[in-house]
Design a binder for this molecule. Structure first.
Ligand code: GLC
Ligand code: GLC
Length: 649
């Protein structure tokens, strides 16, 4: 083993020695014009080539044309390095000095659709003052690349990575926008959809036209033999749309691997040509000023017969390979993984060498679980045993996003608390569909699978938290409870650590929008219920404390201000505490020897007590209340009003 590793190191050095002079002669002109860029590139290449070589070798060494592809990849890297604009090179240098910039307590994320939030890219630019008002430092714009007309999975079917979808603007506008955002301290985040392209992407079109090189970029099969073998072990992701993972195309007379929709063709990363093509697209976009890539559907990118084709080791190697490329050409770049899978698997994508950031789907789902059950045990357990990650990485903690909520907790974790996982998921689905007695939620089912009983939930934060029902059927008291639930959820993500992410609209409490049912391209996908267009009138009421928008917004602003004022909330170190009350979540945060903040969240509409023991253990008597309305009592216990969120420090 050690011998093998050593050999690989020697091989890497020998390969680079052969490749560098070839690069130098191929890029002689650019080197003469910009010797500084070449020097910086060469230095980073020498540093990171051994890692890149090891990963690439692992994936592709068995190919007779391995060395050809490796050389093509290095040329792609050199091209991108020379094309990198001066301001981004400066950013690279700055972040190499301060690599943990993303762990600051001033970090705050927001996510929105370009068209739904502001019409087009210029509209987004015009909203920069609003993003500043909120305090965003991270703006994720949902997929905005050229996409098919009609159905396109909200842009997750890409027809060209190098063109902006024409109604939204142009690539030049995108680059300008990224610069304008950067000048205001906001990093642009975009999706890199690596698992598939639209069936009308040029690569797919050329595959359809029978060009062998392009056909080899996808999973295309003449008959059912291979698909049948794979399907023995595959999960169905969008069973409403097509059964299994393959689609028959009559004009091609072939089966194509389509994990998601039929018009989303899975790329085949066993082919180094795919890796190289995607590397080129990624670096092109990095040079337009994207600072963070959200790597979409990473779990699915490697396929292996006899496995579920999810979370395979090679998927990680591909991501680490992409990470190494960014270290060489665009070192300020961060990756965020979108792995909405079992919690054991989610964390495997997180490391400085793979994805420095990751969605936290477990905490997200368990926040909603706790809202429904008023019992913090599962969430507390998750904070205790599944929250700590590598110190140079960060969770992106969120309440809602554009997708459905899947109940991705571990069944064994649940069993340890006496909870049966599948029964409990059934309960949660009933609760959030509003069918469980006493439920406050108005959610919709997504991809209900009668074969497996599986189901996920759609709905906006406000509608799931009870605001829609309270307004329609109940009264001011229930409205107030819903407003507090929304605040509680966001107060928690603002203080957990890592980067909190606001699904824009939530800050003013937008409700479900059922008009998607009138749109033929959306009506079969309930996720559109929580993707409404921003309503200018609602936003204009946000400073009016008498309006609903104003009430929700004031709470959000208070949580954000608190976060930004407290460096104790930086980083990701968290201590899960026992509150002594099944409805009160309790945790402590501190950063680098700073003061310890003790945080309590009451998930019930009843008043709750944090017992004397828990209060004493955490020295609450000697601390000041910095946020919320909890009241210490004579006997040392602490009383929390309904849905109260309090911080002592
Ligand atoms: C990701 C996206 C989701 C999309 C899927 C396929 O999971 O978040 O919206 O449907 O990938 O690209
Ligand atoms: C599946 C995928 C996830 C995606 C979701 C879209 O759960 O695992 O990546 O976000 O589908 O709804």
């Amino acid at each position: 083993m050690i011998h093998g590793e050593l050999n690989l190191h020697t091989e890497a050095a020998a390969s680079l020695e052969k490749l560098l002079p070839r690069l130098e002669s191929a890029f002689a002109e650019q080197i003469a014009a910009d010797p500084q860029a070449w020097l910086a590139f060469k230095q980073r290449l020498e540093e990171h080539f051994p890692a890149l070589f090891r990963l690439y070798h692992h994936l592709y060494a068995a190919r007779y044309d391995f060395f050809y592809h490796l050389e093509a990849l290095l040329s792609e890297l050199a091209r991108a390095a020379f094309a990198r604009p001066a301001d981004l090179r400066a950013l690279d240098a700055e972040r190499e000095e301060n690599p943990l910039w993303f762990q600051s307590n001033t970090m705050l994320g927001g996510v929105c659709y370009v068209d739904l939030f502001a019409g087009n890219l210029d509209g987004i630019r015009a909203k920069i003052p609003y993003f500043k008002e909120l305090g965003l430092t991270y703006l994720h714009l949902m997929p905005l690349f050229r996409m098919p007309e009609g159905e396109n999975d909200g842009g997750y079917a890409i027809s060209s990575f190098r063109e902006v979808h024409p109604p939204l603007g142009t690539m030049a506008q995108l680059a300008q926008l990224s610069r304008a955002l950067r000048e205001e301290g906001i990093s642009l985040v975009l999706d890199l959809i690596i698992n598939h392209t639209a069936d009308e992407h040029e690569w797919a079109e050329r595959a359809k036209a029978g060009e062998a090189r392009y056909e080899a970029m996808y999973g295309i099969y003449p008959d059912r033999t291979i698909p049948d073998l794979y399907e023995r072990n595959l999960r169905e992701i969008f069973p409403d749309e097509h059964p299994g993972a393959f689609t028959w195309f009559e004009n091609l007379r072939k089966w194509v691997w389509t994990t998601f929709h039929s018009y989303q063709w899975d790329l085949d990363y066993a082919n180094p040509d795919v890796f190289n093509h995607m590397a080129g697209e990624m670096l092109f976009l990095a040079n337009q000023g994207v600072e963070i890539f959200r790597l979409d559907a990473v779990a699915f990118i490697w396929k292996e017969l006899g496995t579920a084709c999810e979370n395979l080791p090679e998927a990680h190697i591909i991501l680490q390979g992409f990470n190494a490329l960014t270290r060489i050409v665009a070192p300020s770049m961060l990756f965020k993984s979108e792995a909405i899978v079992h919690p054991d698997e989610v964390v495997r994508y997180i490391s400085p060498e793979e994805c420095q950031l990751s969605y936290n789907p477990l905490v997200m789902a368990l926040l909603w679980n706790t809202m429904a059950t008023r019992n913090v045990d599962l969430l507390q357990q998750a904070l205790h045993s599944r929250f700590a990650i590598h110190p140079r990485t960060a969770w992106v903690n969120y309440v809602r996003c554009h997708d459905d909520i899947g109940w991705t907790f571990d069944d064994a974790d649940a069993a340890r608390l006496g909870i049966n996982g599948s029964d409990h998921r059934r309960f949660l689905n009933e609760f959030y569909r509003g069918r469980f007695p006493g439920s406050f939620a108005r959610g919709l089912p997504f991809q209900e699978n009668p074969k497996t009983g599986d189901c996920r939930i759609s709905g906006t934060c406000a509608s799931l938290a009870g605001l829609e029902k309270a307004l329609a059927e109940e009264g001011p008291a229930e409205v107030e409870l819903a407003v507090r639930r929304i605040a509680l959820l966001y107060d928690i993500v603002m203080t957990l650590g890592g980067i909190p992410l606001i699904y824009l609209g939530d800050e003013i409490g937008v409700l479900n929008d059922y008009s998607y049912l009138d749109n033929p391209a959306h009506k079969d996908d309930s996720r559109w219920v929580h993707r409404p267009a921003a309503n200018a009138q609602s936003y204009s009421r946000r400073h009016d404390p008498a309006s609903l928008e104003g009430r929700v917004y004031a709470n959000m602003r208070a949580a954000i201000a608190f976060r930004k004022d407290h460096p104790e909330l930086a980083g990701g170190a968290l201590e899960a505490l026992e509150s002594g009350s099944s409805a009160v979540l309790m945790y402590a945060r501190s950063c680098g020897g700073s003061r310890r903040l003790v945080i309590m969240a009451n998930f019930s509409e009843q008043e709750q007590m944090v017992g004397t023991w828990a209060a004493q253990q955490n020295n609450l008597g000697a601390k000041k209340r910095l946020f919320g309305s909890a009241q210490p009592l004579e006997n040392g216990a602490v009383r929390l009003p309904p849905y109260d969120f309090s911080v002592f420090g």
